[in-house]
Design a protein around this ligand. Structure first.
Ligand SMILES: Cc1cc2nc3c(=O)[nH]c(=O)nc-3n(C[C@H](O)[C@H](O)[C@H](O)COP(=O)(O)OP(=O)(O)OC[C@H]3O[C@@H](n4cnc5c(N)ncnc54)[C@H](O)[C@@H]3O)c2cc1C
Length: 619
């Protein structure tokens, strides 16, 4: 252990993850906590980290309240509809009422925004989206965070949260290691804001082997946002609500601008509008939800998946009409250049010019996230003025651990935040964290050296394991005494894929399969004690894997608990194929006991605050 130097930092606000939510939190923490010590720790480098690393072509969440375009209530109704009723409306409303101010700051900071030449307003791509030249989106928000923080630590992966030893269920900081130097870092902090993104690569991806990094969701998003709070006993919500995306095949290029701006549409191999064909069958499963407008994303996926199973594939995006217009053709290509260059490369390699050939679409492997069109994540307190008692315990965006806050993908129940909403949620969490400190809720936190030393031993154990076990390698990487991170990852992905509703089963699972999946995950957990790392990069892979495995357990427990198919097109419970509003019009909340590792689950009411308030006003 002596070769891994230990560094200590004491601070007021510790932000874990410097993506969209983390940069928002770091920026806002300085606004409210002028004299506080604020530190942001990032696994990569905040200039190009997180899901927005490569840039974006649209800000997907902007109300346009100044022009009367949308109100926060409209956004709540939209998210509620898309999630088949299951959202935390207090959180969604709170984000929506603040998101415009965030976007206006991005504009001031120099993010190139496209303008509508006739109206002078931001150029709309759809009802909620505005178009940007967003290649430099991430460096721009990173600069705001860098100017606000006392210190930004890049290349440090946070592996564990520290807990206060003088008061139960209160956070005391976090620990991790530097992936370049191998140093051990202890951050003792009064508050921690977890903003570590979502989880890709827990389900087996379509692209395997040398193409393995080609997923829709950022391959480096490894579920730390979930594993860190789960490990210390924080409550989680809606973890069954994984997302499946319909995207351009092989490159996962975005389709939003194509549907909304270029007005392209989909058809099956015979040139038919296949969505209509599945209307009656879908109505059988979900009732009137299929008549909602816009059609919930999962139900559109459902038609795609059923059509493919029935032999109607491949499904194509009809681009050949829109691309005859030179302006739209340019927009179509530019859409990839600022965001997913790989899609343009895939088309070039497959001889696809979308002006003459309609490209194929596919449905992705599932991912877990809380900021896009699904809302898995931590169970957090809402804002004081909006939240019913079950949803409020003192500080906005605080988890069920005192002093521990979340934002962006970390927070469950509030979908459709996207980049701007995640940054906004980071701001809300930071404001509340500063208030928590000012209210003297973080006094007397005790973190002993023993706690820190124990974590140090645990963190570097995979290096020790490898050092000893490498002597027993029988060939290649085969050893009776350790498994490598990639071996463990592939085993995890197969379990999730085959038992928990991945692509292998066309997203189908059932109670028996989930039970078996949980057994296999428990054995994997045991074996992960023997994961070996030959260098610091593999050490990072080992901890990413451990975080993914814990997140997967939680996803599987939740999927088993909800005995209905709430979101056909995201996953199916074959033993409960219908949506069941009588029994399951509720949120699911879990807690893993840190001492026993056992999960307990409960139903929590879903309150439709927006229209209830309006009904009350009317009566
Ligand atoms: C493919 C794709 C396309 C999208 N398109 C759009 C779009 O067009 N418009 C839009 O508005 N939004 C879009 N989004 C959504 C948007 O990118 C996310 O909503 C947003 O980035 C979520 O913010 P976050 O901070 O929660 O996660 P991220 O921005 O991903 O940040 C998480 C950060 O945590 C770091 N991290 C992870 N684990 C650790 C750890 N253990 N220790 C330290 N650091 C850690 C990561 O490196 C990363 O920097 C898209 C997302 C994806 C994946």
């Amino acid at each position: 252990m002596a070769k891994h130097k230990t560094h200590y930092e004491d601070c007021d606000v510790l932000v874990v993850g410097g993506g969209m939510a983390g940069t928002g939190a770091t920026f806002e923490a300085r606004h409210w906590g002028r004299d506080m010590k604020i530190i942001c720790v990032e696994k990569a480098n905040i200039d190009r980290s997180g899901a927005v690393a490569q840039g974006l072509y649209a800000i997907n969440c902007y109300m346009g309240m100044q022009w009367g375009e949308n109100q926060p209530e409209d956004h709540v109704r939209y998210a509620r509809n898309d999630l088949m009723g299951m959202v935390r409306e207090d959180l969604g409303y709170d984000m929506a009422r603040h998101v415009d101010s965030t976007v206006h700051m991005f504009d001031e900071w120099g993010l190139p925004m496209m303008k509508n030449e006739k109206t002078g307003r931001y150029l709309r791509e759809g009802k909620w989206q505005i178009m940007i030249h967003g290649e430099s989106y991430k460096p721009i928000v990173a600069e705001a965070a860098k100017k606000s923080a006392d210190k930004i630590y890049n290349r440090i992966m946070i592996t564990h949260l520290l807990m206060d030893e003088s008061q139960e269920s209160r956070v005391g900081g976090a620990v991790g290691f530097n992936m370049r130097t191998g140093d051990y870092h202890v951050f003792r902090s009064k508050t921690v804001i977890v903003a570590a993104g979502g989880a890709s690569h827990i389900f087996k991806p379509r692209a395997v082997g040398e193409g393995m990094g080609r997923t829709w969701y950022a391959p480096w998003s490894n579920g730390s946002a979930y594993a860190l709070p789960i490990a210390v006993g924080a409550k989680m919500t809606q973890m069954e609500n994984r997302i499946v995306l319909c995207r351009f095949k092989d490159g996962y290029g975005p389709v939003g601008a194509y549907f909304l701006h270029l007005k392209t549409y989909t058809q099956n191999a015979n040139g038919e509008n296949y969505e209509k064909k599945w209307y009656d069958q879908t109505k059988e499963l979900v009732g009137e939800y299929i008549d909602h407008h816009p059609t919930p994303t999962c139900l559109r996926n459902h038609a795609f998946i059923q059509e493919t199973i029935a032999g109607g594939g491949p499904i194509h995006m009809v681009t050949t009409e829109a691309f005859q217009d030179p302006h739209l053709e340019t927009v179509g290509w530019e859409n990839f250049l600022g965001m997913t260059v790989g899609q343009a490369v895939v088309w070039a390699s497959q001889n696809i010019d979308p002006k003459y050939t309609n490209p194929e679409l596919t449905t992705s492997e599932p991912y877990v996230m809380g900021s896009h069109a699904t809302c898995s994540g931590a169970w957090v307190s809402g804002p004081e003025d909006l939240s019913p008692p079950e949803y409020f315990w003192g500080y906005n965006r605080m988890l069920t651990i005192d002093g521990l806050f979340g934002a962006g993908d970390t927070v469950g129940g509030s979908a459709h935040k996207f980049s701007s909403g995640s940054f906004t949620e980071g701001r809300l969490a930071a404001k509340a964290a500063v208030k928590y400190i000012n209210d003297k809720k973080a006094e007397g936190i005790k973190v002993t050296d023993k706690q820190c030393e124990d974590f140090k031993v645990a963190i570097f154990k995979p290096l020790e394991t490898y050092q000893v076990a490498q002597n027993e390698i029988t060939g290649g990487t085969v050893s009776p005494s350790y498994i490598s991170p990639i071996q463990g990852l592939q085993r995890l992905q197969r379990i999730m894929d085959e038992y928990v509703g991945g692509i292998a089963t066309n997203y189908m699972t059932n109670g028996n399969m989930l039970k078996r999946g949980l057994e296999l995950l428990a054995w994997l957990e045991e074996d992960l004690e023997k994961v070996g790392a030959e260098d610091l990069h593999q050490l990072m892979r080992a901890w990413e894997l451990k975080h993914r495995a814990l997140t997967s357990q939680c996803v599987t427990e939740h999927t088993m608990f909800r005995e209905e198919t709430r979101w056909p097109g995201y996953y199916y419970r074959g033993d409960h194929m219908k949506l069941d509003d009588d029994n399951w019009h509720c949120l699911t909340v879990s807690r893993r006991d840190p001492k026993t590792g056992k999960f307990s689950l409960e139903k929590v009411p879903v309150y439709h605050i927006v229209d209830e308030n309006e009904k009350k006003k009317a009566s």
